[in-house]
Design a protein around this ligand. Structure first.
Ligand code: SAH
Length: 233
């Protein structure tokens, strides 16, 4: 999509380039936990390509490329760019995969995923957020992203199995239905922990023989993954 104003577009591009250098530094600084000193070329290219300012509220555009989470309304947040990059990278995608995301939010993470996989299915429980994200993704041409309004704990059985799953809200425990919908050989990244507390970014790997391993990656802070009955509008 064309920028409203080319100068504004250039200013955002410059901020995005600066952010890319911060992401490289953050990757080095957290290598002790994550086991990776740098993110893949695919992850970095996707982070460099997606216009994050399009996914924040208009008044927050100026801070869109600050390496911090931003509010997107309805008590929800778009994750910090470093966390978006890290979670994307941990899935080790090669561009051929079908990916499930839980917690569409603004649609930003789905847009990043769409550039490193073949197809993204993303589920959002707060209807106005999901509908706004769907519209934005369409407007920006992310045609391989499919948005559904619903409860992420149920996954998307009609489209399962998925080669990779990313959960961007924090459940207290690993949602077993999502593990079931993960293809053998697939990876799932999910923050696990209690609401309003620190959580642990967790990597779940399902091996070809069906065996599942769970590995802690990094302490993080996410909004809770709500059960359908406690959903707020
Ligand atoms: N990935 C988003 C940020 C996610 S914030 C982005 O890039 O902007 C977490 C999102 O998860 C919120 O929008 C919240 O409404 C949603 N969420 C919380 N519980 C959920 C559930 N059970 N199913 C689906 N979405 C859920």
């Amino acid at each position: 999509m064309a920028e409203k104003d080319p100068l504004e577009g250039a200013a955002f591009a410059e901020k995005r380039r600066r952010l890319m250098r911060e992401l490289e530094q953050d990757a080095r600084d957290t290598a002790f936990w994550t086991g990776r000193k740098r993110f893949s070329d695919g992850t970095m290219a996707a982070m460099a390509a997606v216009p994050r300012h399009e996914f924040v509220r208009e008044r927050d555009e100026v801070v869109a490329y600050v390496n911090r989470p931003q509010s997107i309304g309805h008590g929800q947040t778009i994750s910090q760019p470093y966390i978006v990059a890290l979670m994307t990278d941990m899935l080790d995608l090669d561009g051929t995969e079908k990916v499930l995301e839980i917690g569409t939010g603004s649609g930003y993470q789905a847009a990043v995923l769409s550039l490193v996989s073949a197809r993204v299915h993303t589920i959002e429980i707060v209807e106005p957020l999901g509908l706004a994200a769907q519209k934005k993704l369409k407007q920006l041409g992310y045609d391989n992203v499919h948005v559904r309004i619903g409860d992420g704990y149920k996954g998307w059985p009609e489209e399962a199995p998925f080669d990779a799953i990313m959960v961007t809200a924090a459940p207290e425990e690993i949602p077993q239905e999502l593990v079931r919908q993960l293809r053998p050989g697939g990876r799932m990244i999910v923050p696990i922990g209690r609401a309003h507390d620190r959580q642990t970014l967790t990597l779940v790997v399902k091996f070809l023989d069906g065996k599942v391993t769970v590995e802690s990656v990094l302490p993080v802070a996410f909004v809770p993954m709500v059960k359908d009955k406690e959903k707020k509008e």
